[in-house]
Design a protein. Sequence first.
Length: 135
Amino acid sequence: MLTALSIMVLLLAVAIPTYRTAIPNIKLQNTANEMMDSLQEARQKTVTEQSVYFIRFFDLEDKYQMIKQDGNEIIAETILDAEVDLEEITGFTDNQDAVFNFAGAISSAGEVKLINSKGKAALVSVRPSGFIRKE
């Protein structure tokens, strides 16, 4: 019984630090995937509805919104996890709007750099063709 308890304590001692390191990285990847999904949804809605949708990034507030250009209607808002920050936004229209056209291309290509509480970064980029990828 004592041996089994010792083995459990040893396993927990090894697993807990690994778990603490892994959680911020998982949250970073999930946030990047959700952002890619939102960008793809805005692109798809623009093409299928022939009405301009775009994603507006708010780096100081660590959030982004999907907006329908007709009337500036906010369709969805995503606030990033507390352990993930919008570190840098480059390109795009006015350095904050990822605007898609009816063909699915983007008005101005750009990138969003996300960083977690451990300093690890993920980059979500949108190419001129509208292709969205995570690096």
